[in-house]
Structure formats: structure tokens, C-alpha cells
Write a protein that binds this ligand. Structure first.
Ligand code: SF4
Length: 443
């Protein structure tokens, strides 16, 4: 978290769960009237203290702290520009110690030669390519900005006793009793201050909101683009049942993100719905753990099959997506060990065949099972299911109730809305491999 009392920003951050990092004494020491916070899901740079956010920089005219949801695709260009300007290495600001796109943006804004931070941000934002929903602060004010394509969500709320709040998802507003005001528009910069809301559009672009947010990433109690996530996932399940029916005794979800789609599938197909697993609520999402071995080990720790429910039954198992297939392989193995007679996998998204460069951590194509294997039947055999079917892209989009031209669908279709400058230079560790901040990036 970064907080400010109007004179200087104080940032406290560390590695670990929020509850491990922020105990009562730390929270009591964070004093001020404005603040930003961030829980990092790494898409650029390793999981190190330096890369934890908010990124904090001091320049000749201001201090800046930034929290970032998304991923830029022109990080190298931004790194070169910092190097050319003599920026950090020239001693005008805090050194580049992190290896993230976010840290580069913080440096650019801290070093921008404008008296007002508003103008400094407006100078930098149009130069960014890719996905960003930012909350930013200087010593006095909090700002929010969203990329022109609107990849990642960002919304504005009003607190019950006055004041504004920005959040990635609307569910966060509910937790603090704030009311939803509106989404930050794609390509919009907003400022929150004692004077209220200030707004300016800095760039227009065709809408490219992330479709995968509706399938997996967002919380079901959030609304994205005016559409409730739970309801969209329920309709994806209904549509999946219509597109790819199965003969079975029981529909079970892969907890927890598969639950709404499984309920929709059961409703449409008139097959009983039941729990097939008990979830250990103290283990996090397996997909977003940083290494493959941790992910695989995590699956068995996370899910325990309910033998009494599944033994001897023909199951439809509904999962929201298959990325590497580790979870699916393990789940089907566990269900068979527990006595399932048949396992029919139904996936409430289309096959993921292309990497995401806009802020979802699946960068290498050869890690994606639907890209690695040639046919649906090969994937089915690999995961060990009796049958396997995915929802169509059209079905996913229609289930959201949002027009199809509003979405990025690149990981399903390869239609990248923002061109990727150089695929081989887009890896998660690209800034570390090039030693940015130590010797400077290559020219
Ligand atoms: S490529 Fe896929 S995950 Fe990435 S922003 Fe587009 S839809 Fe979302």
C-alpha cells in the first residue's frame, strides 16, 4: 500500500498474503487521507520485493506511486527511452531496481518535466501500448487511468461518508459500503480530490475488453461492463449444455470458478447438480501459482473428491477453462480413483490456443495444451476423459450479453487487438534477461 498525508508518500509492501504483510501495527502506521493498494499477480518480472507494488519513484518535481493491472507490450521501448534521457542512471530520480513495466511507467511519470502531475501523466499515457488499469498517486491526489482498449476493468465508487474510491472490480466497492458510480472509460484519466472528480480522454481505440475476465478471472459477485459475472457464467453453462449435451447422472463443478457454469449446465440439461469435491479453502488458485510443480502439487492439496457422491456415477464435470491441462488431468484421475464410471468434461470457454500478452500469465504457446496437441480427441485422450467439449467463442460472447465487437478474444482466435512488437521479446522475464536497470537495455 502507498499512503499520503499531503506532503509525502509512504509505501509499505512485502511478499506474502495480505494478512501476513499487513498486521495491526503496520496498518496503524499508515496514516494519511489518500492511498492505493495492490496484490500482485506477476505478468512481467519475477516475484521479488522490488517488483511488488505499488511501484514508487521520486523525480525532481514529484513523488509517484503506481499500482497496475495488465501488461504492456512496449516495455523495451519505454526502457530505452528512460536510458536515453539519462533518467534514472543520470541521477535525476530513484534508480530502476525493479524489472517490471509498471516500474518503467512510474519512472517516466516521475521524470516528466511538467509542474502538474496531471499533465505529466497525460504526457506518458498515450505512449503506452497494451493493457493497463492504473491507480496512481502523487503527494496530494489519487488518479485512475485505463488503456484505450479497455482490456482490464476499473471502476469508480462513492464512499458513504464522502470521497471516492477506485477498484478493479465492483465487488470491492461492496466490501467497504461504497456505491458504484461508473466504470473508468477506456482511454480516460480521472483524478480524485477534495474538489471531486476530474476527467479527460487521452486516446480513443476500438474496444478490446478481455473476454477471459468474464470466464475465469473476475469474481462472480462483480459486474463487468454492466453485466454480472455470475449470471454470465451461468448462461455459459446453459449454452454449453445446448451445444454439447451429455448423457450422465450428475453434473459436478470444478470448484470454484466452474460452479456457476455447472449450475447452468445442470439446469439446461435437467441432470442433477451436486458437489464432487470439497475444496480446501486455504490453498489459492492453482493456475496462478508461479511454477508448474507448485501448481500440480497444489491441485491435490486443494480438492478432495467426495466418494459417496461420485462412486458408480456417470459424471459431467464442468470446468471454466483448460490452460496447461495439469488441473484437468489430476481431477479426472482423482474422480476415477474415487469410483466415477464415466467422466465427460465440459469446458465453459473455447480452447486457449494463443498466449496472452495483455496481463494473463500464460505467455508460452507450447505450454497451452490446445495448441500443443493437434485435435480435440488428442486433448481428450491426454486428460483421460470419456468425452470432451468446449464452448464456442460465439457462445461465450452471447452469454455475457455484450456485443462481440467489444471484446479481445486473442487467446482463443489469435486476433490480437494491439500488435505485439516482437514475440520473442515478450517473455515474463524479458526486462531481467536484458538487465534493464543494471547495464541498460540493448539499442
Ligand atoms: S488474449 Fe485472452 S486473456 Fe488476454 S486479454 Fe485477450 S481475451 Fe483476455
Amino acid at each position: 500500500m502507498g499512503v499520503s498525508d499531503g506532503h509525502s508518500i509512504f509505501v509499505y509492501k512485502d511478499l506474502g498474503l495480505v494478512s501476513q504483510v499487513f498486521d495491526d501495527s503496520v496498518l496503524n502506521s499508515l496514516r494519511g487521507y489518500a492511498g492505493i493498494g495492490h496484490v500482485r499477480y506477476s505478468t512481467t518480472g519475477s516475484s521479488t520485493w522490488e517488483n511488488a507494488q505499488p511501484s514508487f519513484k521520486t523525480g525532481p518535481r514529484r513523488q509517484v506511486a503506481i499500482a497496475h493491472n495488465g501488461n504492456l507490450v512496449n516495455s523495451l521501448e519505454l526502457a530505452r527511452a528512460i536510458d536515453r534521457s539519462g533518467g534514472d542512471e543520470g541521477g535525476r530520480g530513484t534508480p530502476l531496481r525493479a524489472s517490471t513495466d509498471t516500474d518503467l511507467v512510474a519512472s517516466h511519470i516521475a521524470l516528466a518535466d511538467y509542474p502538474d502531475t496531471w499533465d505529466a501523466i497525460l504526457e506518458v499515457l498515450p505512449r503506452l501500448q497494451g493493457a493497463f488499469s492504473f491507480t496512481l498517486m502523487d503527494e496530494e491526489r489519487v488518479f485512475g487511468a485505463r488503456d484505450p482498449w479497455g482490456f482490464r476493468p476499473l471502476c469508480i465508487g462513492r464512499l458513504p461518508h464522502g470521497g471516492f474510491i477506485l477498484a478493479s472490480e465492483t465487488c470491492a466497492l461492496d466490501l467497504v459500503g461504497a456505491t458504484f458510480v461508473r466504470d473508468v472509460a477506456p482511454g480516460e484519466l480521472v483524478e480524485l480530490s477534495v474538489n471531486g472528480l476530474r476527467s479527460e480522454r487521452f486516446r480513443d481505440a476500438p474496444s478490446a475488453a478481455c473476454l477471459f475476465e468474464h470466464v475465469y478471472f473476475a469474481r462472480p459477485d462483480s459486474n463487468l461492463m454492466g453485466s454480472n459475472v455470475y449470471a454470465s457464467r451461468y448462461r455459459m453453462g446453459q449454452r454449453l449444455a445446448a451445444e454439447s449435451p451429455a448423457v450422465a447422472d450428475l453434473v459436478v463443478p470444478v470448484p470454484e470458478s466452474g460452479v456457476p457454469a455447472a449450475q447452468g449446465f445442470a439446469q439446461h440439461s435437467q441432470i442433477a447438480y451436486g458437489e464432487g469435491f470439497v475444496k480446501n479453502r486455504y490453498v489459492g488458485r492453482t493456475f496462478i501459482q508461479p511454477t508448474q510443480s507448485m501448481r500440480r502439487q497444489g491441485i491435490r492439496m486443494k480438492l478432495n473428491p467426495l466418494k459417496e457422491m461420485i462412486a458408480g456415477k456417470r459424471l459431467v464435470v464442468v470446468e471454466d477453462s483448460i490452460v496447461r491441462a495439469n488441473t484437468t488431468v489430476e481431477i479426472i484421475r482423482m474422480l476415477r480413483e474415487a469410483g466415477a464410471r464415466e467422466v465427460h468434461m465440459r469446458i465453459s470457454s473455447a480452447p486457449i490456443r494463443w498466449p496472452c500478452f495483455y496481463g494473463i500469465d500464460m505467455p508460452d504457446r507450447d505450454e497451452l495444451v490446445a495448441a500443443r496437441l493437434d485435435s480435440l480427441d488428442e486433448v481428450r485422450a491426454h486428460v483421460g476423459a470419456d468425452s470432451l467439449a468446449y464452448l464456442s467463442v460465439e457462445g461465450m460472447v452471447e452469454a455475457t450479453g455484450i456485443p462481440s465487437d467489444a471484446f479481445c478474444t486473442a487467446c482463443f482466435t489469435s486476433g490480437y487487438p494491439v500488435p505485439i512488437p516482437s514475440w520473442e521479446l515478450q517473455g515474463k522475464q524479458v526486462l531481467e534477461q536484458l538487465s534493464v536497470g543494471k547495464r541498460g537495455p540493448p539499442r
